[in-house]
Design a protein around this ligand. Structure first.
Ligand code: AHR
Length: 527
């Protein structure tokens, strides 16, 4: 690491980072190998607003994602509200979770909703055949999940079983949840189980990964089956069809050609797998080559979205059908010593950088992308929160989502960025990535990512006003939080002042900077 960066790192640990850009702007010791980028911000909308649901989450009955992570049970000594742990719920509430998808994933197509209602002691114990064959006592079922969503203030997105249950089971689940009829046997069963008022179910997924764990179907068969199941899902719930997750355009093509009239959204899954499936590597302890490969792979979601959009545009030029990237995130090898089927992984500055790049891409595709759900919320894959018994930590990805909150509901702005290149081995990427949006309050938010792990970047903007915000960075590429040191990597304050009427933003190596300005005072918007 560069000596200057080391000094700065130490400074951040002392919480003095707010002086960073001011100091460096006038600092003769500025690193010689810094990069120069140029950013022009306009106040022109680049697309429809960034739906808050793009900041959606996903929780599956998988490993300790539900049991242990979110749920400890009402009898637990860990403080909880009706079984859900208070520390985790409070942390997630701070993120303003807009929507939560449940119960899978692959689990959804092996799940019978009736197993999860009624007296807890009488609920059957099923083996979770998808994720390690471990027993699931169904203690968290429909009522508990809906309670969690209410505690979080989130809309719900249920994934129904199209792979191994008849359409009648799916439609009856929806009736059980949403009917206000005094005569419906299902609604009355719900009332007897403790919920008088119907719930609102905004989104309903018709199966999951139909081409794989959801039933190993041909796309043609999946499209027909989607039509059949969706026919019986009556009511205002938005229906989501299972789409591509393997980079196969024919899945999108077939679903749109044959079933578009029976869906409100089509899903897309995109995982960043940093290497061959058998050698993804651990979340920590990787080298610069793996860093670059990871970021390159993450950026690949833009090509997948563009290809999917092109197909959808042909079949649905009015853009009635939305694209939901309802599973995305980094997939590493499981932590040594953990159950491999539990998909438990650490979470580092690399994960936060991938999250920033992915969200910036979603911001560029708001005409079609209306929801995205990071996989997964707690203890599984690229999680927000990790728990160990009574302990909890917030991951770098959590902090990144926190920093990006102003983008929820904001309007993306047209920007022009001239960026140097970041080269590592045979990989070449833009060194800087940026997203900008204006909120309903008129405040402009900019998010800038320096992908280069070694070099500073100075981004000269056309803004003439001071900005304030936060920076997430560290000396090590795999900086992370542990239960012993839960605040190793947290955002630090960041501020920058214009010099000679022009604002430059100094980006440390491998950093994400999010700043806000009240002003639209540009030096020369047409520059
Ligand atoms: O998120 C883990 C799994 O990844 C999901 O269950 C499945 O839909 C995908 O393959």
């Amino acid at each position: 690491m560069h000596a200057v960066a080391k000094r700065i790192e130490a400074g951040w640990r002392l919480r003095t980072a707010f002086l960073l850009s001011l100091t460096l702007a006038a600092n003769a010791a500025w690193p010689a190998d810094r990069m120069e980028a140029a950013l022009t911000v306009t106040q022109e909308a680049a697309g429809p607003r960034i739906e808050p649901a793009i900041y959606g989450h996903f929780v599956e009955h998988l490993g300790t994602g539900v049991y242990g992570g979110l749920w400890v049970g009402p009898e637990s000594s860990i403080p909880n509200t009706r079984g859900f742990r208070n520390d985790v719920v409070a942390a997630l509430r701070r993120l303003k979770v807009p929507v939560l998808r449940w119960p899978g994933g692959c689990f959804a197509d092996d799940y019978d909703w009736r197993d999860g209602i009624g007296a807890p002691a009488q609920r059957p114990v099923r083996l979770n055949k998808v994720w390690g064959n471990v027993p699931d006592n169904n203690r968290v079922g429909t009522h508990e999940f809906m309670d969690l969503a209410e505690q979080l203030g989130a809309e719900v997105y249920l994934a129904g079983n199209m792979g191994s249950m008849p359409p009648r089971a799916m439609s009856q689940w929806l009736e059980y949840l949403t009917s206000d009829s005094a005569d419906s046997t299902l609604a009355n069963e719900r009332r007897r189980n403790g919920r008088d008022q119907p719930w609102k179910v905004k989104y309903f997924g018709v199966g999951n990964e139909s081409w794989g764990c959801g039933g190993s179907m041909r796309a043609e068969y999946a499209a027909d089956l989607h039509r059949q199941y969706a026919t019986f899902l009556r009511g205002p719930t938005l229906k989501v069809a299972s789409g591509d997750g393997e980079g196969r355009d024919e899945v999108t093509e077939t679903m749109m050609a044959r079933a578009r009239d029976q869906m409100d959204a089509l899903s897309l899954h995109y995982y960043t797998v940093p290497g061959p499936w058998e050698h993804k590597g651990l979340a920590t302890g990787f080298d610069a080559q793996r860093w670059a490969l990871t970021l390159k792979t993450a950026l690949g979601v833009e090509a997948r979205i563009s290809a999917t959009e092109a197909i959808m545009d042909r079949h649905d030029p009015a853009r009635r059908v939305a694209l939901f990237v309802d599973e995305w995130g980094l997939w590493h090898d499981p932590e040594p010593g953990s159950n491999g089927a539990f998909l438990h992984q650490q979470n580092t500055l690399r994960d936060a950088t991938v999250a920033a790049l992915s969200l910036n891409i979603f911001h560029r595709h708001t005409a079609r992308v209306k929801m995205a759900n990071i996989a997964q919320m707690v203890n599984v894959l690229q999680a927000m929160v990790l728990t160990d018994g009574p302990l909890m930590l917030l991951t770098p990805t959590y902090h990144l989502f926190d920093m990006y909150q102003p983008f929820q509901g904001a309007t993306p702005l047209k920007l022009t960025l001239q960026t140097p290149r970041y080269r590592q081995g045979g990989i070449e990427l833009p060194a800087v990535d940026v997203s900008g949006a204006r909120g309903a309050d008129g405040v402009t938010t900019l998010a800038l990512v320096n992908l280069d792990p070694d070099r500073w970047a100075r981004v000269l903007t056309n803004l003439a006003e001071p900005v304030q915000g936060r920076v997430l960075t560290a000396a090590a590429m795999d900086a992370h939080n542990s239960f012993a040191q839960a605040r190793t990597l947290v955002p630090a304050p960041y501020a920058a002042q214009p010099v000679n009427g022009r604002l430059s933003l100094e980006l440390p190596p491998k950093s994400i900077v999010v700043v806000r300005t009240l002003s639209s005072n540009l030096v020369n918007p047409s520059r």
